[in-house]
Design a binder for this molecule. Structure first.
Ligand code: ADP
Length: 752
């Protein structure tokens, strides 16, 4: 039976079934959809007390994320088990406040726990479902974000660290779109972060390089990491060189490229500078005239050297490479070298002299300037060898020249003194010390005019110093104020400025020679000429007078008178002849042309002749010749020996009274014959004795007494005696007569 009520019921039933089917289909679809999602989906019933909430539904993914079966979660408190305790409490509070605020859904990150206790970072999206204004259910979608967190953290860390860095750090996706960049990237390129986030790698490089980007990305992906050099451009279009280290980073399913981009400009500049300085150093190194070496202090080996180093020693590069310092350094040994190098390393530097032996065996003097240097963190010893052989030689030459000068200075009679510009004594030679009668200490450093206060000389000294013009003076009188006893002395002196290379006066040299004696001699010579002329004229006057008288008065003269006049003339002629003879002898001595005509002689004969001659001059005196028997024969020039005796006898006659006896004696003594002439005349004081036998010496007493003479006789005696190899001297006392002695050497067989 079918009625409308049944039909209606049936229709309702079918409708409901349809809806139920529909619902079931939807639910199945939803469930399968939920199960296919990677996220965990948890539905939680919310009772009045939110802390009593229980899980109503979980999808399949919870098993993967929480490491448990689906059913283990159903009906349980969702968080108590799978959240950390503090998060559970916090999420209770959190939900309450969210519900009370009417929040529809919240999104947050927190740490959850897997079944095995391991925590993991999760992203949670919770939606609140309300029935009649009251929250009855929440649906949470939970995503495990461990991988993403790791990548983010790494990125974050780097970003933080490297935002400080000057290098650009960027991250791009695999198409080269920029997804991260540190501040340096923006700063160096002139873009804002926002601008850059919309840019692609292709916009960072110069236009001609854009086509390379894809290939490079491929390469990075393939190899995991890669290095490039490239040219980047800034916002303003300027280009700068960069080096890029890029690598791929996996972020879960995503892969990004992380790149560190370093601006090359500075490095390139540094490289250029380095290269330039390297080139400069090379040039200096190679072109230096000195040897330059680099030594490894550990091995003592020459690790680097320029061409000069081996050329100067005559080696080839190959030969030299094999050598160690002691192989050519004469002074060094292995041990000494090691110690020396150690010292240089310790003290930083050393300058010293040594000697190198060339391959050919020549020795060179070398000055070494060494320095410890560090190259790339390793210690080396850098050495410059300066060849100072020539310099040394020159120094030696200067030293020996100086020595020579010193020797000359010290051995000259010329007094030499060197003054500084303040006219203080700087140096003097020993003649100066002697001549000035000051000690060297009294002189050095003293102002000249403090010691020798002569105003007029001061002006001269200052003029020479200021004008640089030398002066020369002769026979300048000078009185030593501190030594008045020296009387007036005379000096030849020059004052010469000493100039440096540029002609500036550096000091003055005073050179002086005393001329007092020479002046005296000159005076004596003048006097002598006067005397000799006089001595010559006197006999000549007599001779001429006698002869003229005879010639004009002959008829009136008796033969006796004529005889007397002739004898007078003859006597004076003899004197004259004798005087001229003395003069001649002296000039021969002076001209070093005195030749002796020596022969064996009997002295008594010579003595006899001399006495005979003198007797004629002075008949009043008594003469006595005292000779012992067997007097040895002497070898002598008889005429010269006679002249000596005659001169001595003539003096004895001149300086003793007429009635006194004059004695000539001789006797052998040692290896010579001693001969003497003694008078009983006026004698000579000890003081005057010292002056005898000198040129042109006439003693005051003789001059005063008007005794004639030229001061020639004794000088001639001395010269002739010395020419015979003997000597002459006097013993005398004033008023007690004088005895002149002289010796003649005896021939070997005649000696006593
Ligand atoms: P002169 O021609 O003046 O005699 P000498 O050279 O012979 O020159 O003598 C030098 C001086 O020595 C003399 O001027 C005299 O003063 C002194 N003299 C020389 N012989 C004697 C002597 N026998 N007795 C004293 N004085 C003498």
């Amino acid at each position: 039976m079918t009625n409308s009520k049944d039909y209606q019921q049936e229709a309702q039933e079918s409708k409901r079934k349809q809806v139920e089917d529909e619902l079931k289909r939807n639910k199945d679809y939803l469930e399968s959809l939920c199960n296919s999602l990677p996220e965990a989906i948890i539905t939680v019933d919310i009772p009045d007390n939110i802390d009593d909430r229980t899980v109503r539904y979980v999808n399949k993914s919870v098993e993967k994320i929480f490491g448990c079966e689906q059913k283990e979660l159903l009906g349980k408190s969702p968080v108590a088990q799978y959240a950390r305790k503090e998060d559970f409490i916090n999420s209770g509070k959190f939900f309450k406040s969210a519900i009370s605020r009417g929040t529809k859904s919240i999104h947050r990150e927190l740490l959850l726990k897997r079944k095995n206790g391991e925590t993991f970072p999760a992203e949670l999206t919770t939606t609140f479902l309300r029935t009649g204004g009251k929250v009855t259910q929440i649906i949470s979608i939970i995503r495990d974000i461990t991988e993403r967190k790791k990548a983010e953290e790494a990125l974050h860390l780097r970003a933080n660290l490297l935002n400080e860095a000057t290098d650009s750090i960027i991250a791009t996706d695999l198409d080269g779109n920029l997804i991260y960049m540190n501040e340096a990237t923006c700063r160096t390129r002139g873009y804002s972060k926002e601008e850059m986030l919309n840019m692609n790698l292709r916009q960072l490089v110069t236009p001609e390089l854009t086509s390379l980007i894809s290939g490079r990305i491929k390469k990075i992906r393939k190899e995991g990491s890669s290095y490039f050099e490239s040219d980047h451009r800034r916002k303003d279009g300027s280009v700068f060189p960069v080096e890029i280290t890029a690598r791929t980073v996996n972020l879960g399913d995503d892969t990004i490229i992380l790149a560190v981009i370093r601006d090359f400009t500075e490095r390139k500049r540094m490289e250029a500078i380095l290269q330039e300085s390297e080139e400069k150093y090379r040039a200096v190194f190679e072109q230096a005239a000195d040897s330059i070496v680099l030594i490894d202090p550990e091995t003592g080996e020459l690790v680097e050297f320029n061409d000069r180093a081996y050329e100067n020693l005559g080696y080839t590069r190959e030969e030299f490479t094999k050598l160690k310092i002691p192989d050519f350094d004469v002074v060094e040994s292995d041990k000494k070298t090691a110690e020396h190098i150690e010292k240089i390393v310790k003290e930083g530097a050393d300058v010293f002299e040594t000697q190198h032996r060339t391959k050919d065996g020549w020795i060179k003097d070398i000055q070494v300037s060494s320095r410890a240097i560090s190259i790339g963190g390793k210690q080396f010893v850098h050495g410059i060898w300066l060849d100072i052989t020539e310099r040394k030689r020159a120094q030696d030459a200067i030293a020996s020249e100086r020595n020579l000068l010193q020797i000359i200075m010290e051995n000259t009679d010329v007094m030499l003194a060197y003054f500084d510009l303040d006219l203080n004594f700087v140096r003097v030679n020993s003649s100066y010390v002697r001549g000035s009668s000051h000690t060297i200490e009294e002189l050095i450093g003293k102002y000249y005019f403090d010691l020798f206060p002569y105003k007029e000389n001061q002006a001269i000294f200052e003029r020479v110093r200021d004008t640089g013009e030398p002066v020369e003076y002769h026979d300048t009188p000078f009185e030593f104020k501190a030594q008045p006893w020296r009387g007036i002395t005379y000096w030849d002196w020059t004052l010469t400025p000493v100039k440096d290379a540029s002609g500036d006066v550096q000091g003055l040299v005073l050179s002086q020679v005393e001329t007092t004696e020479r002046r005296k001699l000159d005076q004596l010579k003048d006097e002598f000429i006067g005397l000799v002329s006089h001595e010559l004229r006197t006999p000549l006057t007599v001779i001429m007078g006698s002869l003229n008288t005879i010639l004009s008065e002959r008829p009136r003269l008796s033969s006796d008178d004529t005889e007397q006049l002739l004898q007078d003339a003859a006597l004076e002629a003899e004197k004259l002849s004798h005087l001229l003879g003395n003069l001649l002898e002296l000039s021969r001595v002076q001209a070093q042309q005195l030749t002796l005509y020596s022969e064996p002689l009997m002295f008594d004969v010579v003595a006899q002749n001399a006495v005979e001659k003198i007797k004629r001059q002075s008949p009043g005196h008594r003469f006595r010749i005292e000779l012992p028997g067997g007097l040895p024969i002497v070898i002598a020039d008889s005429l010269r020996l006679e002249r000596i005796l005659y001169n001595l006898l003539e003096n004895a006659v001149k300086y003793s009274p007429h009635d006194k006896e004059i004695r000539v004696f001789a006797k052998p003594e040692d290896d010579c014959l001693l001969i003497g002439v003694a008078d009983q005349g006026i004698g000579i004081s000890r003081n005057d004795q010292a002056k005898l036998f000198q040129p042109f010496q006439r003693l005051e007493q003789s001059v005063v007494n008007g005794v004639k003479g030229a001061g020639l006789g004794l000088l001639v005696c001395r010269r002739l005696v010395e020419a015979h190899g003997g000597r002459i001297w006097i013993e005398s006392k004033p008023g007690r007569g004088s005895t002149f002695f002289f010796t003649l050497p005896l021939p070997g067989e005649s000696r006593a």
